[in-house]
Ligand binder design. Structure first.
Ligand SMILES: [Ca+2]
Ligand SMILES: [Ca+2]
Length: 175
């Protein structure tokens, strides 16, 4: 067998093994989850395990999605109502795409690189401070009657997260 054919064979074999594995473990189980259309966007609310902001983003990316980008008050209100309708409250924190990792105080969406021109911070936020530790990543928490934004510790903070896809999507969830 020539080298290119060997490579092709190896790639096809890998794809086959990978697909059969996911079929075997995901098919027919309740691990299939669909992104919900809320307003103009498709969101997956991930609430089975709490992880840091970087891991949350990696998980969304593996789904062909990214952390949620919320660019106006209407979208945040709809998402907040959706979270409340699912029974989430003040103890449920959700990572979204906002961060000021690049420069303190300048918040951007990691998903599209654009500046956060809209933000609805809860009272006293962003404060970049938790027991003198820097806070650079944005999450939603329930404060003052709805889900609003807070900056928190990207690496040490563990929260649920909200992924956003550009189109309808169903994925196999782990963990
Ligand atoms: Ca900060
Ligand atoms: Ca804060």
């Amino acid at each position: 067998m020539t080298t290119p054919r060997l490579i092709l064979f190896a790639v096809l074999f890998y794809i086959f093994v990978d697909l059969s594995k996911s079929d075997e473990t995901c098919l027919g189980s309740d691990r299939y989850k669909s992104f919900n259309k809320i307003g103009n966007n498709y969101y997956l609310i991930h609430h089975s395990n709490k992880i840091n902001w970087f891991n949350a983003r990696d998980t969304c990316k593996r789904m062909g999605a990214d952390l949620a980008t919320i660019t106006d008050d209407n979208q945040l209100t709809l998402l907040s109502k959706h979270l409340m309708s699912l029974g989430y409250g003040k103890d449920d924190w959700f990572w979204i795409a906002g961060n000021d990792l690049g420069q303190e105080g300048n918040f951007y969406w990691v998903s599209n690189g654009e500046r956060m021109t809209f933000a609805k911070w809860s009272q006293g936020q962003p404060d970049n401070d938790h027991n003198n530790k820097v806070e650079d990543c944005v999450h939603l928490w329930f404060r003052e009657g709805q889900f609003k934004m807070n900056d928190w510790q990207c690496k040490n903070g563990k929260a649920y997260y909200i992924c956003q896809a550009p189109q309808p999507k169903t994925v196999c969830i782990w963990g």
